[in-house]
Design a protein around this ligand. Structure first.
Ligand code: C5P
Length: 252
């Protein structure tokens, strides 16, 4: 980076910088990959570029169907301009098919379709390993109000419906995903909007025909061809057509 900007926050896969105007931030996508609460780490060259594009694409599509999001515009290969929000400290997980944590926790077979989509809440706290919490904890500790939980659940189900259709149209099954929400203030009045990112780092995406994994489980489970799979997701969504050599060339 040539310009000096104030770093607001650095997470495992992204950095937030001060934005050009009040109420805005710049979200920078790193190539760093972590799993199991950062016990496993790697640098996957080009990942940040792909996730920036996929998240832009998904946020724009969701915005177009009326989901309020933090996304304003993509600035370059690795950065997007976003609205500054007060992050609600919850990881909101939506599941359609048994996988990962749910399979382990309840002893269910991975790949089993769920009778209906299930939403889970986890507290965003790496030190505690993001423990699952209930609405009771969320309201008792004031992480979100009952109204905000209702809004978050309704929005998450709409996002799930839309994304299931969007991915299914390109031969991908949306198994589960994690999203985060934030508050924006209009005077005293707070509104909840979708924040963070939606990418193969935060979703389980399986090829609809072969069930091949096209997401971060390839990293978690040492399956290889991670960047190739993320690129395949982007290709199927019809994005990044203009720069097919970026990924292996490792453009920064
Ligand atoms: O591990 P688990 O099965 O609970 O993950 C459910 C979904 O949430 C997966 O798509 C996973 O990639 C995502 N997730 C995430 N960040 C976390 C935990 C889960 O993106 N810290």
């Amino acid at each position: 980076m040539t310009t000096r900007r104030k770093k607001i926050y650095e997470g495992k896969a992204k950095i937030l910088y001060e934005g050009p105007e009040p109420g805005t931030l710049i979200q920078y996508f790193k190539d760093d990959a972590t799993a199991f609460n950062a016990q496993k780490k790697a640098v996957l060259e080009g990942k940040g570029v792909i996730n920036n594009r996929i998240s832009e694409f998904v946020m724009l599509k969701l915005g177009a169907v009326g989901i309020p999001t933090h996304f304003i515009k993509r600035m370059n290969l690795r950065e997007q301009l976003i609205k500054e929000v007060e992050i609600i400290p919850l990881e909101v997980i939506c599941r359609n098919i048994v996988a990962g944590g749910l399979a382990t926790r309840l002893g269910l077979e991975e790949g089993t379709p769920l009778p209906r989509s299930i939403i889970e809440f986890c507290l965003k706290d790496d030190k505690l390993n993001d423990p699952m919490v209930t609405e009771e904890h969320i309201t008792a500790f004031n992480w979100a109000s009952t109204q905000e939980i209702d809004d978050i659940m309704a929005m998450t189900l709409r996002i799930n419906d839309f994304l299931c259709g969007m991915f299914s149209a390109v031969g991908i099954t949306l198994v589960d995903f994690k999203i985060e929400y934030g508050r924006v203030y209009d005077g005293e009045f707070a509104r909840v909007i979708l924040a963070d990112e939606i990418s193969p780092d935060s979703c389980r995406l399986w090829d609809s025909t072969t069930n091949e994994k096209l997401d971060k489980d390839r990293f978690r489970r040492d399956m290889g061809e991670i960047i190739e799979s993320y690129t395949e997701v982007a290709r199927r969504l019809g994005i990044m057509k203009e720069m097919p050599t970026v990924i292996r060339g490792g453009l920064h």
